[in-house]
Write a protein that binds this ligand. Structure first.
Ligand code: ATP
Length: 892
């Protein structure tokens, strides 16, 4: 017999598991060793060896190797071996950089891998999906992806969307009954939920019957598209830029060679110099360093609780001009406590802290006993019954499993002495209509011990009011006329104005014993009982974060399903709502077209009582107005807006798998302030990329110009090929990497967001590259000319001086690159990576100059102390000049 044909009890026996306590840890180990991990084969990965060889497939490196071969054939063995050694060192550096980037991306993937709720050794816990074994008992709810193939053993209006397997996007209801058909198609397996499919409604429990490649998904895994690594816009732009730079560099190199030959240099000498110059001047390593900088930035973000799922988001983050954020849990603490109860002419206050079930009830400052207050009792009982959450003791702490709003309702009822387990003995749940953010309510069809049937409902008071025809007012059921409606509305507003989240409780008796199956039928003609008012204090750090965003030219917009007045009260406390900004509610929003919204959206800072569907409209309107939008979300219905936003943000704790999969950024702590932190980091990463692009390109310009000028002036080669290669492929690399790790400048969050269309050379970077490069080339040439003119027989010595000046000028210039303004505007030695990398690059240069066995290879000679003065003096000129002009501008 197959699992879908078995009764639940038979399944439990066949799988040798226990549905209430799950498998034991030892048993799990045995099953993992037997069946392996719950993973789909990912196909071939690039081997380390291949990655290593791919470092040498670059066109210019091949040309260099060919040139080396020629010099080898011409008997220039030392040159040939040295060049090969340098190419190898450079290849190793590239290899390690790429490996590092790859590893951190892999780690990232694992961090954002899906988790499942599972019971083991009698305890519910969250584990990564890959650790699921056959016989495990899983719990899933709306928005989850099913982690393995499971036989459903409990279904509460469970519906699953199976399009990944069947192509059919209409969700399928899942039940627990056994099927008679021996071989139903996947679409007809109504008691099996498959790996990779998505729960769209309700919740359920299932026992795992297949994992990994044995699942239905595993069988078609080969057909699944492999996720491609996406290049970021910047990487693509740099690649294009690279092509232009190659052309320019080749042109200049040819110019150097031609002028050199005309001036009487040997063709072979100029050929090797040209090739070396071309290899050095072409920034083929840039995209790789950019990847490393991005992935290092991503690691930094993880430490600050933000996981970047899509690399391009790192760049887009720096452009964000609006953050649309949920309120509950993101701006507030999600630690909810009922503090007010209202029904008829009574308002009660409840004391107590958090989920601690101790507290008393007061009316007009006088203690009251819940047993004397009928309406209060009913409100508490129904709030506890129509509930899906549970409180557990874990290490002497009360923890909530479920929705905090519902947790608060459990606790308020516990304070009056009720227990859900006792209530479940008195009431049988016949049918559940789960909460969703569009209906803003949840209902249950229940039967009491006397066999009477009821609908019990809780939800947003204004919505419930609209669905009620009468009200329980001081123990009498009254018709909900205009006047009473007005009174209730008034009460809702008063509670909301105290920044309370409000939940109304209602019920209705059901005639007969037929279970109501549709929510439209269940949720009408209700009897309104009263309202529970819940506090959910703002997170303390959010106010400051909103302020910082404002300074950074980023607008914060609150989007919430909560009541308009509650939202307003909290938005005002957080500084989101100002005198000039507006609040728009869901109703108004529904009536607006995207174009109409575009006209007003700039002034709106709170959208309240909205449904997740509205979020897409808001994103579109903002984007049409030219904004780069970050949008948060957690539920299934949030996914389209998260996807459409420039930066989709999902909640790590409360977010569903679907929201996470649609997102570019996951907040591990669900905290608004984390988004701000990620934006700051995003801006910094982009600035750091600009810093090393500036450094590397200016260095290259310097190298080309020194050679070009020397050729034009009819001088000998100021640098020999091997020196050029050493500078470019060895001493330049580390400082460039260190710039990628630089800390942000102080004003990084005090200036408006960057335009997404901004080119890498904008804001004066192109000019900086050319002018600094020119100066570096010039001082190197000057140092060469001075020493060479002094003693024309000592060409090798003069070349050594030029080599040292070039390296020193670049290594001094690197400190300039830390700031957009000037070397003087921040402590130049504030980046210790940079300081150490510069020290090690100097050491590498000194080895080439002072280690005698290297002299014949690098054509170097030890430099005298007097000439070091010249070198350092010359090398400092560009930085001094620029610092001076900065001071001059400042004093003006
Ligand atoms: P945000 O989008 O900021 O997270 P929210 O959590 O307040 O807002 P929803 O979860 O859509 O938005 O809730 C909207 C309203 O529905 C709440 O104001 C509350 O009145 C009601 N509500 C929330 N949770 C439940 C629930 N579990 N059962 C019944 N009603 C609920």
């Amino acid at each position: 017999m197959k699992f879908h044909e078995m009764e639940i009890k038979q399944v439990e026996k066949a799988l040798e598991t226990d549905f209430s306590s799950g498998l034991s840890t030892e048993e799990v180990k045995i099953r993992i060793s037997k069946n392996g991990l719950n993973e789909l084969d990912e196909g071939e990965k690039q081997s380390a060896l291949l990655l290593f060889f791919s470092q040498f497939k670059d066109f210019m490196v091949l040309v260099l190797l060919a040139a080396t071969l020629i010099s080898g054939l011409l008997g220039e063995y030392i040159d040939a071996i040295a060049i090969i050694a340098i190419v190898l060192i450079n290849g190793c550096l590239g290899f390690f950089q790429e490996r590092r980037a790859e590893k951190s991306l892999q780690a990232l993937k694992e961090l954002s891998a899906p988790h499942v709720m599972i019971v083991r050794d009698g305890e519910w816990m969250k584990i990564p999906s890959r650790e699921i074994v056959i016989g495990d008992v899983l719990k899933f709810t709306s928005g989850d992806r099913i982690g393995a193939d499971v036989r459903v053993i409990d279904s509460r209006s469970l519906e699953v969307e199976e399009s990944a397997l069947t192509g059919e996007s209409v969700p399928v209801a899942k039940h627990t009954e056994c099927l008679q058909h021996p071989n139903p198609g996947i679409g007809d397996m109504e008691n099996i939920a498959f790996m990779g499919t998505m729960v769209t409604r309700g919740s359920g429990v299932g026992v795992v019957i297949a994992t990994g490649m044995k699942t239905a998904m595993g069988q078609i895994a080969d057909l699944l598209q492999k996720a491609e690594v996406q290049d970021t816009p910047l990487q693509r732009r740099l690649e294009q830029l690279g092509k232009i730079l190659i052309t320019v560099a080749l042109f200049l190199t040819i110019l150097v060679v031609v002028v050199g030959v005309i001036q009487g240099h040997e063709i072979y000498e100029m050929f090797l110099a040209g090739v070396s110059l071309a290899v050095a001047a072409i920034p083929e390593g840039l995209p790789a360093i950019v990847t490393v900088a991005l992935s290092l930035g991503v690691q930094k973000m993880i430490k600050k609780n933000a996981i970047v799922r899509k690399l391009p988001a790192v760049e887009t983050l720096g452009c964000a001009s609006v953050i649309c954020s949920d309120k509950t849990g993101t701006m507030t603490q999600n630690k909810m406590t009922v503090t007010h109860l209202w029904s008829g002419s009574h308002t009660w206050i409840v004391d107590g802290v958090g989920y601690e079930p101790n507290g008393k009830f007061y009316e007009d400052n006088k203690l009251v006993q819940p047993k004397d207050e009928k309406a209060m009792q009913q409100m508490l009982i129904f709030g506890m019954l129509c509930n899906h959450s549970e409180l557990h003791m874990k290490k002497e702490e009360i923890v909530l499993d479920g929705d905090p709003t519902e947790g608060a309702l459990l606790v308020s009822a516990m304070k009056a002495g009720y227990k859900r387990s006792n209530l479940l003995k008195e009431f049988t749940i016949m049918k559940e209509f789960p909460f969703d953010s569009t209906r803003k309510m949840m209902s249950m069809h229940v039967k009491d011990k006397q066999g009477r049937h009821f609908i019990v409902t809780k939800g947003a008071p204004d919505v419930i009011l609209g669905k009620s025809e009468s009200i329980l007012w001081d123990e009498k059921i009254l018709h909900l006329g205009h006047e009473i409606q007005g009174k209730v509305q008034n009460e809702i507003n008063m509670l909301a104005a105290k920044a309370l989240r409000t939940i109304a409780i209602a019920y209705k008796p059901v005639k007969g014993t037929t279970v109501i199956l549709s929510e439209q039928e269940a949720e009408k003609n209700l009897i309104f009982i009263g309202i529970q008012g819940i506090i959910d204090p703002p997170r303390p750090e959010v106010k400051e974060a909103v302020k910082e965003c404002k300074q950074a030219g980023i607008k914060t917009v609150m989007i919430t399903g909560d009541h308009v007045i509650t939202a307003k009260a909290i938005a005002a406390q957080l500084g989101i709502l100002t005198n000039r900004s507006r609040v728009v509610d869901g109703n108004t929003l529904s009536k607006m077209s995207v174009e109409e919204l575009e006209d007003v959206v700039e002034d709106v800072s709170v959208f309240a009582r909205v449904s997740p569907e509205h979020k897409l409209k808001i994103v579109k309107a903002l984007q049409n107005n030219g904004h780069v939008v970050a949008m948060t979300g957690d539920g299934v219905n949030d996914a389209p807006a998260i996807k459409a936003a420039d930066i989709g943000v999902a909640m790590g704790i409360t977010g569903t798998d679907v929201a996470k999969e649609a997102s570019a950024l996951i907040l591990l702590d669900d905290n608004f302030a984390t988004i701000k932190g990620a934006i700051k980091e995003g801006r910094n990463i982009y600035e750091n990329i600009r810093k090393f692009v500036r450094y590397l390109l200016a260095s290259n310009v310097g190298e080309i110009l020194v050679m070009l000028f020397a050729m034009i002036l009819g001088l000998p080669l100021p640098l020999i090929p091997i020196q050029i290669l050493w500078v470019n492929l060895v001493t330049d690399g580390l400082p460039a990497m260190a710039l990628g790790l630089d800390r942000p400048e102080e004003n990084v969050m005090k200036r408006p967001p960057r335009s997404p269309n901004e080119g890498i050379f904008s804001r004066g970077l192109g000019w900086k590259v050319v002018s600094r490069g020119f100066l570096i080339g010039l001082v190197t040439l000057l140092a060469f000319i001075i020493v060479y003119h002094n003693d024309k027989t000592q060409l090798q010595y003069a070349q050594t001086v030029a080599f040292a000046t070039l390296v020193m000028a670049q290594l001094i210039h690197v400190f300039d690159c830390r700031s957009e303004k000037s070397v003087l505007s921040r402590n130049p030695f504030g980046n210790s990576y940079l300081v150490w990398s510069v020290i090690s690059s100097i050491a590498l240069m000194l080895v080439a100059i002072y280690y005698p066995p290297l002299w014949p290879i690098f054509h170097t000679l030890p430099i005298s102390a007097r000439d070091w003065l010249l070198i350092v003096g010359m090398a400092s000129i560009p930085t001094f000049l620029l610092a001076g002009s900065f001071l001059l501008r400042k004093t003006k």
